[in-house]
Design a protein around this ligand. Structure first.
Ligand SMILES: Cc1cc2nc3c(=O)[nH]c(=O)nc-3n(C[C@H](O)[C@H](O)[C@H](O)COP(=O)(O)OP(=O)(O)OC[C@H]3O[C@@H](n4cnc5c(N)ncnc54)[C@H](O)[C@@H]3O)c2cc1C
Length: 489
């Protein structure tokens, strides 16, 4: 609850039009798929922000943070709200800082190949501008949410996607940024250079800090020349195990832009997506498919593609091997990135939102352990009669497991938590990480202790308290475990 006198001050800062306490709007900003489903069963999950504020510039952000420090208000920075870990949930109430007005591309410099942008710029919009600049450029991070997510959200989550195997993650493209810390201090981190070892690397500490240390108000991102061509080799397999083995063989030959594995249900989800597009593409239903994407010089990619095709042709468990180019190539990747929402349509066991929770897990494990994890996951989910899928960026050992769990009672929440914990412990025992790209937010935070040990997580908390001593920025996330996130008692 924010006092009317404080609301009046905030209105003065941004103007009447850009502040809202309309309950309908607040509700939409206060939930993700997980909390929304849980809130129908347990009132504790009825999370609600107090205010939404849309600042126009860094000065307004600074004034809001200064006021928040004086009045101990909580602030939750928000991009497009697409995070899977509940990063943007206002679990202690407070002010949602929505950056949709700070959406300007300030500069594109083709001499030194960098763009300066405000945090609310959509990755898609920056991509379009870069593609149409000069000889054509891109920033190849490409998360599955590329069409809607913001640069601020990508920086805060260190987002990446199916091209990380070759091109790395968002942190590899952030040259420098301007931010306002939880203390209200304005800082600039990094230089306009690709390479520096000067001092402690606070820039890298900031990227991936999920809005818990400071608020990004501007960032300079490096961009690369757009490759001349893209193509994808697709093949279908009668077992996931073989697909994983073949992907390793491909990786030993060349590092492609992407090596994706999808299972049978995801192939169906992709078909459901593709059925809406012309020309028609229908994928073979098999236990698994591999999508191997190459980019670069036309002649070189064709040579690599033929070699990879031959690797697949030489395997008796592979079939329907094709090289896709042009619109077919583009559609396949649209279908892959649209697979999540398509799966929700396919796997929805009922129509009642109160009882459906899509649990999305995002492990990374050493390559040799990928199939062991996939197998264990399958065994556990089958023994609970749960629908599940497996897909992932095989190239970098990042596997997503998605399941549609029907919850009817608080006891079911705990059962889901217990199940999740078994999987997390297993992935960690294999030397893996609880989240490869989606981030911790609230839902993964309880598992950080298992991954790093309590002493390391405590150290992270101490770093947070230097940047944000009053804990006003995105509280209850990452290194502090909120009771809402502890499903398993
Ligand atoms: C269909 C789908 C597919 C996805 N695929 C991928 C994927 O392949 N790879 C991947 O990494 N993620 C993926 N995601 C997760 C998510 O989309 C990305 O992490 C994305 O970068 C989040 O951006 P956003 O603008 O939605 O940020 P939000 O979700 O709004 O916020 C993310 C975090 O950033 C903080 N934040 C936002 N703006 C600022 C700022 N200016 N200063 C400081 N902190 C800020 C927020 O507080 C929050 O902690 C996917 C999500 C969906 C729904």
């Amino acid at each position: 609850m924010i006092e009317p006198s404080i609301k009046a001050k905030l209105k003065e800062i941004v103007g009447d039009k850009y502040i809202s306490d309309d309950p309908v709007e607040l509700y939409c900003y206060s939930h993700d798929l997980v909390s929304r489903a849980l809130s129908w069963i347990d009132d504790d999950y009825r999370i609600m922000a107090d205010l939404i504020i849309k600042p126009e510039n860094a000065d307004q952000v600074k004034t809001i943070i200064d006021l928040a420090n004086e009045e101990y208000l909580k602030i939750i920075p928000r991009g497009a709200g697409t995070s899977y870990g509940g990063q943007f949930l206002p679990i202690e109430g407070g002010i949602i800082l929505d950056f949709s007005r700070m959406n300007h591309i300030i500069k594109i410099d083709t001499e030194d190949n960098f763009a300066i942008v405000e945090p609310g710029v959509l990755y898609k919009d920056l991509g379009k501008t870069l593609k149409n600049t000069g000889r054509g450029y891109w920033i190849p991070c490409n998360p599955g949410s590329a069409d809607v997510c913001t640069i601020g959200g990508m920086i805060a989550n260190d987002a990446s996607g199916e091209s990380a195997i070759k091109y790395g993650t968002t942190k590899d493209y952030v040259l420098n940024l301007k931010a306002i810390l939880g203390t209200g201090q304005e800082i600039q981190l990094g230089r306009q250079v690709k390479k520096t070892v000067a001092g402690l690397d606070l820039l890298r500490l900031f990227v991936g800090s999920e809005g818990t240390l400071g608020v990004v108000t501007e960032a300079a991102l490096e961009f690369l020349a757009l490759p001349e061509s893209f193509l994808t080799i697709i093949g279908f397999f009668d077992s996931i195990e073989v697909a994983v083995q073949i992907a390793k063989e491909i990786k030993e030959y060349v590092i492609p832009m992407s090596i994706e594995m999808v299972d049978q249900l995801v192939i169906s989800g992709m078909n459901s997506y593709l059925s809406r597009l012309t020309p028609k593409i229908v994928l073979k239903i098999a236990k698994a498919a591999l999508l191997v994407r190459l980019d670069g010089d036309e002649k070189a990619t064709s040579n690599y593609a033929n070699h990879i095709k031959n690797i697949l042709l030489g395997n008796e468990h592979a079939s329907d091997i094709k090289i896709l180019r042009g619109i077919q190539h583009d559609y396949i990747w649209k279908a892959r990135n649209g697979a999540g929402p398509a799966l929700l349509r396919l796997t929805r066991p009922g129509r009642n939102p109160s009882t459906i929770i899509p649990a999305i897990l995002d492990f990374s494990v050493p390559y040799s352990k990928i199939y062991i994890l996939i197998k264990k996951f399958g065994e556990i989910m089958s023994s609970h009669n749960l629908i599940f899928t497996r897909m992932g960026h095989l190239g970098d050992g990042n596997i997503h497991f998605i399941s549609s769990v029907t919850l009817k009672s608080k006891a079911d929440i705990q059962k889901m938590g217990d199940l999740q914990e078994v999987l997390v412990k297993f992935a960690i025992s294999l030397g893996g990480s609880v989240t490869a790209e989606h981030g911790c937010g609230i839902w993964k935070a309880p598992y950080l202790n298992m991954e790093f040990g309590e002493d390391v997580v405590e150290l992270m908390g101490k770093i947070k308290s230097v940047f944000d001593p009053n804990n006003i920025l995105n509280p209850g996330k990452m290194y502090s475990i909120n009771k809402l996130a502890v499903f398993s008692k």
